[in-house]
Design a protein around this ligand. Structure first.
Ligand SMILES: *Cc1c(COP(=O)(O)O)cnc(C)c1O
Length: 391
């Protein structure tokens, strides 16, 4: 459809890729090789939360890359790693941090910590959950299409409905960990009830299991609070973070409470690249932007407004989410599936959107998006959903 710099046919076709090749990004905008500008409400799936190529992130990466790119984990953590760990731990669970390179690896580490503490045991997740694609995380991701081709999975993983009754019954003495997303992102932005999170907390305390919150998508300001669990009154033992953390560079982290602060000892678990100085320097820059109370208040306010505006659009039957993670559920009788609509959004409206399924649009705008850009985005979405146009 647009200018292509280089054919990408040498890649294994593991993704359903839209026919556009981006060459540049700035703030909420992306450009293709022909210089056509797109408005980005997908942010690489909650990754570029501070916008594309934020100057503070670019400068942090540039300065650190010029000074030291890698030394590995056989020496004291470099200053950016030490600094980022302090910020993550002191802003949340108060324990310590173990770095990884992605969300799925952060979850692997959290699951291993929980099993080690309990000397084995089961891992309980909930229906519609998503925790990643490596074997432990995949085993905690009860979705047939993602799991079935890769059986057998890791033993000792069970999934139940995200209800008080089901969780209370499933969490017994044999349970090492419960892993939950406070808001289920990949499956279509389902906010778990506070009562469900409370029941999981109480049952974990009763049997000595670890409560793991996967904040890979919803952490770091996405919901209008720094951490999504702050909306709920329930505090986990372990929290996993990734996506937005490196401003686009690959990094993940497990944050622990005091109880799990020595959850691994030397030799237990590791990764060559994890906690590298360049992604950590980017992480410090990102953290300092998204932890600003004024930015967080604005995400809450504008998110609430966007939520109401989306609910008024034709064909929208429900809006779910918090802050800047929202899903619009479309009337299933619409002729055009959401998955086709996002192709038309790209082609006709130069709008980068995401669909989590045939009736669900997901919105993940940059937290730094301007009011004018938000108004512009909404006008484009309104045109897309106009039955006169889409008929
Ligand atoms: C994206 C995501 C993951 C996996 O992260 P990767 O970096 O792709 O491995 C895990 N959990 C949640 C909630 C996610 O949204």
């Amino acid at each position: 459809m647009s200018g292509v710099v280089l054919d990408d046919g040498a890649l294994v076709p593991a993704y359903a890729r839209q026919p556009v090749q981006f060459v540049r990004g700035q703030g909420a905008s992306l450009w293709d090789a022909d210089g056509v500008e797109y408005l980005d409400l997908q942010t690489g799936l909650a990754v570029t939360s501070v916008g594309h190529s934020h100057p503070a992130v670019v400068e942090a990466i540039r300065a650190q890359a010029a000074q030291l790119i890698h030394v590995g984990n056989l020496f004291r953590a470099t200053a950016p790693g030490a600094e980022l760990a302090q910020r993550l731990a002191s802003s949340s669970l108060g324990g310590r941090v173990h770095f990884a390179n992605s969300g799925t690896e952060a979850n692997e580490a959290a699951i291993k910590m929980a099993r080690k503490a309990k000397r084995g045991g089961n891992v309980v997740s909930v229906h519609r959950g998503f925790h990643g694609r490596t074997y432990g995380s995949l085993s905690a991701t009860p979705q047939e299409a993602k799991q079935a081709p890769f059986a057998p999975l890791v033993p000792g993983f069970f999934a139940v409905a995200p209800t008080v009754e089901a969780l209370t019954a499933a969490i017994d003495d044999a349970c090492a960990a419960v892993i939950l997303e406070p808001i289920q992102g990949e499956s279509g932005v389902y906010v778990l009830d506070d009562a469900v999170l409370r029941a999981a907390r109480e049952a974990c305390d009763r049997v000595g299991a670890a409560l793991i919150f996967d904040e890979v998508q919803v952490g770091l300001g996405r919901t209008g609070k720094l951490w999504a669990y702050e909306h709920t009154g329930v505090v986990p033992d372990l929290m996993t973070v990734a996506k937005a953390l490196g401003g686009g560079l690959p990094i993940g982290a497990v944050v622990t409470n005091e109880r799990f602060a020595e959850g691994f000892e030397a030799g237990d678990h590791g990764s060559t690249f994890a906690g590298g100085p360049v992604p950590c320097a980017a992480g410090v820059a990102v953290f300092d932007i998204v932890s600003d109370p004024a930015l967080l208040a604005r995400v809450r306010e504008r998110g609430e407004r966007l939520r109401h505006q989306l609910a008024e659009l034709p064909g929208v039957v429900e809006v779910r989410g918090r802050g800047f993670i929202l899903a619009a559920e479309l009337d299933p009788s619409r002729a055009e599936p959401a998955t086709a609509l996002i192709g038309r959004a790209l082609r006709d409206e130069r709008l980068v959107l995401n669909a989590t399924g045939p009736t669900t649009l997901r919105f993940l705008p940059p937290l730094t998006i301007t009011d004018a850009e938000l108004d512009d985005a909404l006008a484009r979405i309104a045109r897309l959903l106009d039955p006169q146009v889409s008929a």
